[in-house]
Design a protein around this ligand. Sequence first.
Ligand code: DHE
Length: 559
Amino acid sequence: MKKLKYFAFAVLPVAVSAVFGQARAQEGAPTLTPEEKAQAKKIYFERCAGCHGVLRKGATGKNLEPHWTKTLKDGTKQEGGTLKLGTERLQKIISYGTEGGMVNFDDILTKEEINLMARYIQTTPDVPPEYSFKETMDSWKLIVPVEQRPKKQMNNFNLKNMFSVTLRDTGEVALIDGDTKEIRSIVKTGYAVHISRLSASGRYVYVIGRDGRLSLIDLWMEKPAVVAEIKVGFDARSVDTSKFKGYEDKYAVAGSYWPPQYVIMEGETLKPLKIVSTRGMTVDGEYHPEPRVASIVSSQIKPEWVINVKETGQILLVDYSDIKNLKTTTIESAKFLHDGGWDMTQRYFLVAANASNKIAAVDTKEGKLAALIDVKKIPHPGRGANFVHPQFGPVWTTGHLGADVLTLIGTPHPKYPQYKDNAWKVVQEVKHIGSGNLFVKTHPKSTHLWADAPQNPEREIAESVAVYDIRDLSKPPVVLNVAKDSGLPETKAIRRAVHPEYSADASEVWISLWGGKTDQSAIVVYDDKTLKVKKVITDPKMITPTGKFNVYNTQHDIY
Ligand code: DHE
């Protein structure tokens, strides 16, 4: 059976049994011993919560509340005649996955663990504890106060071309010199780090771990290191700073999956200032207790953050000019909001509503929804890719997890009034090498569009990237087998080629070859013009690299 390997590795290091209360046994649900419950909760939080939610209400993954999962005493039918799942069926689904996108866990969990999880998800989910302002404040560590930090850059690195690389399974980021390809520093961060974002100044890197640990790295130190740290929640994915003129890096903001809230902090110290809950009504008018904060981005044209709330489908424009009297514009879009990026003018933010197969475009100047665009199954843009199409003018691109196309959407641009009728239309669907795309990337100085397919079930495709010529998208792409190009011996586990990232001058594209924790992973650096390998960065410390964030491109939202 072909299965789409979608995000199999939601991992958190916290002592989950301490975080979660005891699961309540309930009528018809299998009984678990206290030890079994503790083990199951840990596995659920590490492997399942990212897609199904801690309350199991469903998002990327299906609803897993007992009214679906439990076997009925009187047979196997529920109201309306739909089949209940029950232990046996759940075991099969967990083992082998589904066509709908559920991954197979038979190579990740043991048979006993699969049986345990099949029984556990028939019990009523416990509500994890909240996380107060006091607890947030207590977690805050100012390791180097601002006045004790360097007054100028103390190393001779070309900081613009530094890459912050997620070493996913070690809870670290590697700071790699883009010019020499040397690892300059490996910094201990939160667990299974999700993204790195840059300060407006380009001096600080903000790194958010899935465990909610936010680390602030000062690139001016002789050896860049963490100068402040805070735990913003138990489970988090996003961070940014204030970027509007006059507020540069005054504030930082981090979004949490659990508890569902965002934390506003001082930008240079991470001292918490305010926590705002995102609980509330969905766009369908139903109360949701777990609306997780997905992507966050800072506007350059207003003192505002765009905060995308996954389960409610509401996009918040949060005005940070007066933190005490916080003003928020709530924009209805569609469910479930995930990742996104700016258009070429950086006025419109385009975000994937992945369960609705739509892209929502927000006009941050007018503070309203510009369009909801229907696209193919499960759009996943990363931050997308902007270029001027020879026939259709300015476009923004998304790939898809669930379809083998790249979708090009026309975007308005004052310099290209002749293309204004293409705005918010799907102007072209370019055939990709397969479904399972996660990230696309281009650069204003390049004529190439790079797209990966790491979640494709076929090894050959998952280990490759495709490079399209944006001057003629009717041409088939050049397909680069990154695993083969790395020269590393083949491994049992698929090494996924993931997340293309340009160097600051756009001459190179870096691709992670994301292997198993005990396999040698690598970053393969290609020449963007010749598409030949320039360098394979391997190092015993290069363990499970995934996202890579070039300082200059990330600082200036170039993609
Ligand atoms: Fe991500 C971005 C959430 C799994 C690598 N990921 C994001 C963002 C969100 C998100 C909300 C946008 C942040 C922003 O812009 O502010 N990701 C999630 C999940 O909920 C999910 C599905 C499951 C989970 O439990 O985490 C998930 N993500 C993954 C992975 O398995 C990936 C492939 C490998 C990894 O490192 O964990 C992965 N996500 C990334 C990367 C980005 C990202 C590299 C940033 C892309 C960029 O260029 O900005």
